[in-house]
Design a protein around this ligand. Structure first.
Ligand SMILES: [Zn+2]
Length: 176
């Protein structure tokens, strides 16, 4: 999501997945492999596969709260909402060649505002590009750090926003 992904998606050779909510776009020799990894049950698989292949994450002017690779770690950690075991699935109305259809989305990403905790656990290189803070890191380090936190705490990334219904619901389930 955002101007960078939209710009990349418009490249003539770009590949784009068909997920109705969190489609991904990719360029280059691995584009097809990354895009095809995405399924309704594992929507963040392209980030997992990219990390497994030795890919890096580049955060431009943003922090881990916009790092989608952490969502891939949520799936690997077996969190109920990330693995399709959430009690309340989401629905999307999509266009099809024959009209429209309702797609059930059982595996969804949660709130990412608490992902900033990874600042202390993921090695990275920081550089300024103009006025933009660029942060470069290995995808596998992001996933490894997140999985380490998941093993030590049941819900390490719940945010502190009292109005966040997502985190409130999970906090109720996991305790304070
Ligand atoms: Zn939250």
């Amino acid at each position: 999501m955002g101007v960078l992904s939209e710009t990349l998606r418009r490249y003539p050779d770009a590949r784009r997945s068909s997920h109705p909510l969190v489609s991904v776009a990719a360029l280059g020799p691995l584009a097809e492999r990354l895009v095809e990894a995405q399924t309704l049950d594992e929507p963040y698989a392209p980030y997992r596969v990219l990390a497994e292949l030795g890919g890096k994450v580049l955060l431009l002017g943003v922090g881990h709260t916009r790092n989608s690779t952490v969502h891939a770690a949520e799936y690997l950690a077996g969190l109920p909402y990330a693995t399709g075991q959430a009690a309340l699935p989401w629905y999307a109305l999509v266009s099809t060649p024959s009209g429209s259809a309702v797609v059930i989305l059982r595996s969804i990403a949660g709130c990412s505002e608490g992902f900033h905790r990874l600042d202390h656990y993921v090695p990275e290189r920081r550089e300024l590009i103009g006025s933009c803070q660029a942060r470069l890191m290995w995808g596998r380090d992001v996933i490894a750090a997140a999985l380490t936190l998941f093993r030590s705490e049941p819900a390490p990334f719940l945010c502190s926003d009292p109005t966040c219904l997502w985190c409130h619901r999970l906090r109720t389930r996991h305790g304070p």
